[in-house]
Design a binder for this molecule. Structure first.
Ligand code: BGP
Length: 464
């Protein structure tokens, strides 16, 4: 098999500030720093984000390794909790500006195009404690101010911007499932937080249109799209799949690309008496500030069936999953280490949907990858990790992406998660995703077999 991708296809990788930089000289703690300080035992191996992969100190060496792994582009993030000195007055910290300038300049010097995301779950914890975080419209305004500072400082050299990474993860993990701090389980609050995250994204875009200094500049959002497959072709499961899709995908997708929340969702939330509080003026700003491009993070599909109502669940407060139940299908391919189904064809279906239902907007795969435990067991005699499973995983996903592009999908790139093994939310270093391995004791970083494979691919744009 030989598949050629278009000449200017953007091959790269994705990472984030909070998962790589470490806490060195940071102005504020974000919610994960705070969570770790108070509930260390909740993190795999009791390891928090203190050092991470030491990007703050090692970024020049790390970027050289990324170049060796064939990256032509990178998506990372600027941490609000590092850039801003006084969160209320929105004043920048000059040393942090110097750091991000040095990082951006180094990427450019090494021929790697920097794409910058403004929020990767990393709300400064003071804003949570003082205002209730994303429950508060004031935090939305502060975020738009932070975004404005980023555009003013860096948009002369950065042409691709993203307002949020996976806002639905903040809503679900922090307000419904109790996975992320502040571990609130409250459907009504979750709905309000979802609305505020969308509003914050739109207000950041509004700022961008005023401040951007780059004629080629564009701004988008990164969404974790999880097509929902019904368990069976029966009306109850089909309905469940539609509801999961409305909540998990269409809420942010419609609002970001079409400028409006799905009508079906708004009516339902209204009927249930949990619709968000909104101002007409803000809904207008959401309508006026649509994205230019879309990033899609794809790891696994979602499989749903009709929910089973018990008297307990009926007594609970409103939650979106009262309309659907997620389940793991038996007999499918799994990445057992992470507990995620492997279903590469879904990438093709996502592409088709963007093409048919979302005006074939310019988009790219902003994250896709395979998290594996105990990779040191796959070392050869020279000490190189032989991660053939990762090469197969990536090849299969790219096969389906290529097919969609051949059929007219407006996809301009692919970013693997992630260049160098990084720290992760609660899972810490349990699952490794990198093209480059990290020894967390010595901070030595070594290219895996997949890094050499990726370089061949990105130099030739030829998938074999
Ligand atoms: C995405 C996040 C990344 C990364 C990845 C892998 O949802 O945007 O930050 O963490 O998932 O997930 P995990 O590290 O939990 O295995």
């Amino acid at each position: 098999m030989e598949l050629k991708f278009q000449e200017n296809f953007l091959w790269g990788a994705a990472t984030s500030g909070p998962q790589t930089e470490g806490r060195f000289k940071k102005q504020h703690d974000n919610v994960f720093d705070y969570d770790f300080d108070h509930y260390q035992e909740r993190f795999w191996g009791g390891i928090g984000p203190d050092t991470a992969s030491n990007f703050f100190n090692d970024f020049r060496e790390d970027i050289k390794l990324m170049k060796a792994a064939g990256l032509k582009s990178i998506r990372t993030s600027i941490q609000w909790s590092r850039l801003i000195d006084d969160l209320e007055k929105n004043t920048v910290n000059e040393k942090a500006v110097d750091f991000y300038n040095a990082v951006i300049n180094e990427f450019i010097a090494q021929g790697i195009r920097p794409m910058i995301n403004l929020n990767h779950f990393d709300l400064p914890v003071e804003l949570l404690k003082t205002y209730g975080g994303w429950e508060s419209p004031h935090v939305v305004d502060l975020y738009a101010g932070f975004a404005a500072k980023c555009f003013a400082e860096f948009s002369d050299r950065v042409s691709d911007w993203f307002t949020f990474n996976e806002p639905m993860v903040v809503v679900e993990c922090a307000y419904l499932l109790g996975f992320h701090y502040p571990d609130i389980v409250d459907g009504k609050k979750a709905v309000q937080v979802a609305y505020h995250l969308q509003l914050a994204s739109s207000l950041a875009i509004e700022q961008y249109r005023k401040i951007n200094k780059n004629p080629e500049g564009r701004i988008g959002i990164i969404l974790n799209l999880t097509p929902s497959y019904p368990a069976a072709e029966k009306i109850e499961d089909l309905k469940a799949a539609e509801m999961a899709d409305l909540w998990q995908n269409r809420l942010f997708l419609d609002a970001s690309i079409k400028g409006e929340f799905p009508e079906e969702l708004v009516s339902l939330l209204q009927e249930e008496n949990v619709l968000w509080q909104s101002e007409a003026e803000d809904l207008k700003r959401i309508k006026e500030n649509k994205v230019d491009l879309l990033g899609v993070n794809y790891y696994h599909p979602s499989r749903v069936q009709e929910p089973e109502y018990s008297s307990d669940s009926l007594a609970q407060d409103w939650r979106p999953d009262k309309y659907y139940a997620s389940f793991n299908k038996r007999g499918v391919r799994m990445n057992a280490d992470r507990g995620w189904e492997i279903h590469p064809q879904t990438i093709y279906e996502i592409a088709k949907r963007i093409q048919e239902d979302y005006g074939n907007i310019s988009w790219f795969i902003s994250e896709n990858g395979m998290g594996v435990e105990n990779e040191e067991h796959f070392k050869d005699e020279e000490g190189q990790i032989q991660d053939d499973y990762r090469i197969i995983f990536t090849t299969e996903h790219l096969f389906w992406l290529h097919k969609a592009i051949q059929e007219g999908s407006n996809c301009f790139g692919y970013h693997v998660w992630t260049p160098i093994d990084c720290w992760s939310w609660r899972n810490s270093y349990k699952n490794r995703y990198g093209l480059i391995s990290l020894n967390i004791h010595t901070q030595v970083k070594t290219l895996k077999k997949s890094a050499y494979w990726y370089k061949n691919l990105t130099d030739s744009s030829l998938l074999q």
